[in-house]
Design a protein around this ligand. Structure first.
Ligand SMILES: NC(=O)c1ccc[n+]([C@@H]2O[C@H](COP(=O)([O-])OP(=O)(O)OC[C@H]3O[C@@H](n4cnc5c(N)ncnc54)[C@H](OP(=O)(O)O)[C@@H]3O)[C@@H](O)[C@H]2O)c1
Length: 155
């Protein structure tokens, strides 16, 4: 489906799944804004896949607001967001700490939730797309943790 004139934000669009989603959107004629924390990576990937970049950390509400303000000011529209930014912190269960969990939740859960909340303000007016990659990941992680705990006879 050609996406001419449509505008998408892909969080964490500088590598892996996010980069490939962004690339596909661009190939299908969408304008794509990729985000991430590493400015050098942002610049080079944006050049490589012909996207636009915006430096924004999803754990920072001020940066999320700036990202939406920039997008709407520059392009006058937004058709979808791909909540893809995420981190993994795998360790044996006995090494889990509250701080480690908080870091993961801050990016993978609260970051996506705040992006969605901000997009919803705009998307209320028109039907648009919000795709959250990390909710799939969260379900997968919970299942893996349960499996691990079952194997260790902890559940
Ligand atoms: N790969 C898998 O097998 C798999 C399986 C299930 C779910 N997932 C989920 O799918 C998503 C993509 O996975 P991936 O393997 O493609 O990840 P990846 O290659 O590690 O890429 C993660 C992206 O997120 C960005 N990022 C990380 N923290 C961020 C933050 N606070 N704010 C903004 N951007 C941030 C990274 O850029 P910077 O570091 O520059 O910020 C990078 O662009 C993630 O949410 C991941 O958890 C992956």
């Amino acid at each position: 489906m050609p996406l001419i004139d449509s505008v998408y934000i892909v969080t964490g669009g500088t590598s892996g799944i996010g980069k490939e989603i962004a690339r596909e959107l661009v190939i299908n004629f969408a304008t794509v804004i990729i985000t991430g924390r590493d400015k050098t990576k942002l610049k080079s990937v944006a050049k490589e896949i012909n996207a636009i970049y915006y430096h924004a950390d999803v754990t920072d509400d001020v940066q999320i607001n700036s990202l939406f303000n920039y997008t709407l000011r520059k392009f006058g529209r937004l058709d979808g967001i791909i909540n893809n930014a995420g981190i993994g912190d795998w360790c044996p269960v006995e090494e889990v700490t509250r701080k480690r969990l908080q870091n993961v939740f801050d990016v993978n859960v609260y970051g996506a939730a705040m992006m969605t909340a901000r997009a919803a303000v705009h998307f209320k007016k028109q039907k648009k797309v919000i795709l959250s990659i990390l909710l799939l990941q969260l379900q997968q992680k919970v299942m893996q943790t349960e499996l691990f705990m079952q194997r260790q006879n902890l559940l």
